[in-house]
Ligand binder design. Sequence first.
Ligand code: GLC
Length: 579
Amino acid sequence: MSRPNHVDVNQSGHTKSEDSLFTLVENEECDFSKLLEKPPRLLLNIERQRSLDERSLVNELSIGMSPRLCARTTDLHISSSRVFEPLDMISSPVGRRSGFNTPRSQTGFEAHPMVAEAWEALRSSLVYFRGQPVGTIAALDNSEEKLNYDQVFLRDFVPSGLAFLMNGEPEIVKNFILKTLRLQSWEKKIDRFHLGEGVMPASFKVLHDPVRNNETLMADFGESAIGRVAPVDSGFWWIILLRAYTKSTGDISLAEMPECQKGMRLILSLCLSEGFDTFPTLLCADGCCMIDRRMGVYGYPIEIQALFFMALRCALLLLKHDDEGKEFIERIVKRLHALSYHIRSYFWLDLKNLNDIYRFKTEEYSHTAVNKFNVMPDSLPEWIFDFMPVRGGYFIGNVSPARMDFRWFCLGNCIAILSSLATPEQSTAIMDLIESRWEELVGEMPLKVCYPAIENHEWRIITGCDPKNTRWSYHNGGSWPVLLWLLVAACVKTGRPQIARRAIEIAESRLLKDNWPEYYDGKLGRYIGKQSRKCQTWSIAGYLVAKMMLEDPSHLGMVALEEDRQMKPLLRRSNSWTL
Ligand code: GLC
């Protein structure tokens, strides 16, 4: 079948034939190989996104911020000759608030009364092992059956860890990193099957033996988890947190410890191994991330792919250039190159792409196929046509042979922005979408974990009739306050503080009053979730991180990565399928 003579318009308004466009993209595709030549520098391209929002952020910062930081930030935003500014320049100094139990706002903003309450709650959630704080408990709710909510979850600890880092208390993060590293080296077995060496646990617990007056650790790598799935995200979060610690403290000695280097390499070995894959994305089972129940989030879900990308980029910054490290660096660079191309191209959906898919031909054979994965236009769900705004776009939930999951997933899209997996244009488009679909995605409590809910027959087939994941509840379109920190970080990175402020205000109107629920139910997130825990630690920590990040945007450097300097904005908003 011959290639259709597709004609398109690029950013500068030039009309290009499909073939020449293809060449352009191939040539200008992000060049991670440059990263090998020189240790990468973290760059903040602030000039690109001069929205009204951003200008108001600068104004506000000039009012509330310390003169030193204010001068630097204003400089960053205003200087037209300095397009790039190293994130290092605005990294947050550490240790400045040590000793304060309940920190005050350093920048002069009036701290919301909820902030002190949140700190108190976060501190009560601390878990100690042999006298040292090593993590935070998932929920301090004794009214419900505990299940595993009395454990320290790796993914749940990330916002806690960030809050402590931002508050100048890095010790607990260091303890957590080292303790979980020790757990990684355990022999992991489910029935008679051994798990990969690099697998990090989903959670762990401190067991007290009053008779021997001893404490031991117990970890769950998936062998106790509902569904028996190993958490693919744990190892990625571990690397991301290690980089946040290093960035925030300036202490590279932790990451450079041979044990940490080995831990990273083990995680990387698991996800960079060669197999039968034809895609650079990582194949995984349902329930292997924050959404840890059967929800049709298997194959190549964006939730994992974005974390994978971010962890690879963080590892690239942390790996030593010794013999063992070098080999991995090379593999990472190659993978990043392919991964960013694949996801930016095939996962991206906006009005134009949607229209293209709607008109797709099927059963195309050979490398000239436009509809490469043979997606049936009839599989487009009804809701997507109304949901897609004129301005905006997002990375869809999943792409695999003959299957596109069009659902919106919050974590994957926010991480895509923070890691610069999304191009600057795509990042702006994601924020535009959130703004124009506010009711649906934020409503009365930030933020929908995914949108929309699956119902009826689809719910039966996809969840296996899961009574916890009924429509608009829990993982199935429920609203999770923890996601607030990711949204706010994405807002700060894209220069859209108004969006962050609006979301925080909504959360502040209810979160404390409702005693920090784990999740909310309903189309608008109006109801405290059916089986929602109260005093859920990551709801508390997520709020604190969101507040601190908006107050002092220099914290962004801990969780954000800029594009490589050589990486040009390459793909148009509407790209990919018609290339
Ligand atoms: C639930 C959530 C999971 C979280 C855990 C502890 O299982 O689905 O994402 O890590 O609770 O809060």
